[in-house]
Each structure stands twice: as C-alpha cells, then as structure tokens.
Design a binder for this molecule. Structure first.
Ligand SMILES: N[C@@H](CCC(=O)N[C@@H](CS)C(=O)NCC(=O)O)C(=O)O
Length: 220
C-alpha cells in the first residue's frame, strides 16, 4: 500500500546523521503509531521557495501532508499523529491532558534554553563576549535539567507509561548530547537512553541516517 503521509526532511542535514534535525521526532511518532510514510527531501534553497513556503510559512522542515491536510511545527504534527493513532496518548482524560502538558513543557520550557546553548556554541564563538556569556547560558540549561530530573526521579517515564510527552522530551534532550551536559544528570541520561532503545526510535534514527550519513561535516 502506498503511504498516504508525506513528511519533509533536509536533503543534507547539518548534523551529518546524528538525528538532531526535527524530522526525527516526527519519524519516531509515526513509527510508534505504526504508520508508513514517505519523505520528500528539500534543499536549504528549496525550503525558502514559494512551493515550500506554502506548506511552511517559516521555510523550515519538517512538514506533514496527509490528503488535504498540511501541517508544520513538530508539536502540532506529533500531537496530530498521537490523536489519530493509538499508543502515544493515554485513554484516561486526565492522564492524556498531563501527557500533552509534557509535550508543551518539552517545547516551551526545556527546548528554548537548549537551543540558546546550541546557538551560543555554534554562532557566537567569535564574539568578544562569548567566553563570558557561555557559562550563563549553560547554567540556564542546567537549572531546567535539575528541575526535570527531580520530577522524573527514578521513574522510567514522566507520567506513567511512555507517551508523546516523553517522545518530545527525549527528542529535545537529545539535542544536548553533543555538549556532554546530559552526563551531569544521570537520571536524565538514562531516560534518554530508554527512549533511544525503543525499536520505533531506532527505526526512525536509521531512516534519517540512511539519508544523512557522511553527507556533511558534523557541526553540533
Ligand atoms: N518550531 C519548529 C522548528 C523547526 C526548525 O527549526 N527546523 C529546522 C530543522 S530542525 C530548520 O528547518 N532549519 C532551517 C532554517 O530554519 O532555515 C518545529 O518544531 O517544527
């Protein structure tokens, strides 16, 4: 059967196959849901052209197309997949609301300081204030990780069974791997490793690696 879902991904991911580009989290959700999908690869130039901008107003990946529905933003895409298919959101209404809360927390509270750190490392290294600013940015990340680790405690997942909230949180935390900072928080490092050990994550990672391996120098 031809897959009815098409997502977009980088033709050449800047991370060279580390799986940090955001198509990986969408692939992971689709794998958890057992949904086949096609991938349309886009170049950086094509992402800024009208055809792609019609799908994604900010000229980014990933996008998601299914029939006459077109979505952008990984939060919305993963939520859509989780709503339509079993396995990613609990049936109980309150547990479902809490899982969705964790999706928002991942994207809205944890990912911003992590992105700030990535930008500080990647884009600001040549600035005269870089050395002074970096520890401040790192400490903002540490403070959130400390709180998250305290809440997770010794549990496997953030709220009962694995959910789309964990999928999003693990995806966001994975972006810290190149910095080594995750190792300062053993409970979070183990949490991320549990996510990476899921067969659905492994399939998603392998699929993006097949496209990106050796494609470009790792920059993160
Ligand atoms: N908030 C968006 C962020 C999307 C995003 O930043 N995509 C990156 C790849 S991971 C991108 O396309 N970067 C290229 C660019 O912005 O030109 C989401 O979660 O989908």
């Amino acid at each position: 059967m031809t897959p009815s879902i098409t997502i977009t991904a980088f033709e050449r991911s800047p991370d060279g196959g580390k799986g940090l580009a955001r198509d990986t989290r969408v692939r992971w959700a689709l794998e958890e849901a057992g949904r086949p999908y096609k991938v349309r690869l886009v170049s950086f130039r094509a992402m800024k052209e009208p055809a792609h901008l019609a799908l994604h107003p900010f000229g980014q990946i990933p996008t998601y197309e299914e029939g006459d529905l077109a979505l952008f933003e990984t939060g919305s895409i993963v939520f859509h997949i989780a709503e339509r298919h079993g396995g990613l959101l609990p049936d109980d209404d309150n547990a479902r609301a809490r899982a969705i809360t964790w999706m928002f927390a991942a994207l809205n509270t944890i990912e911003p300081p992590i992105l700030e750190l990535a930008n500080a490392r990647l884009l600001e290294g040549d600035k005269p204030w870089h050395e002074k600013r970096l520890p401040l940015v790192e400490d903002r990340v540490r403070s959130r990780l400390d709180q998250l680790s305290a809440r997770l405690g010794d549990a496997d997942w953030l709220d009962g069974a694995f959910s789309a909230g964990d999928l999003m949180m693990v995806s966001v935390l994975l972006r810290l791997k190149p910095s080594g900072m995750l190792n300062e928080f053993p409970k979070l490092a183990a949490y991320v490793a549990r996510g990476e050990a899921r067969p659905a994550y492994k399939r998603a990672f392998a699929a993006q690696l097949a496209i990106n391996a050796g494609n470009s120098p790792a920059v993160r």
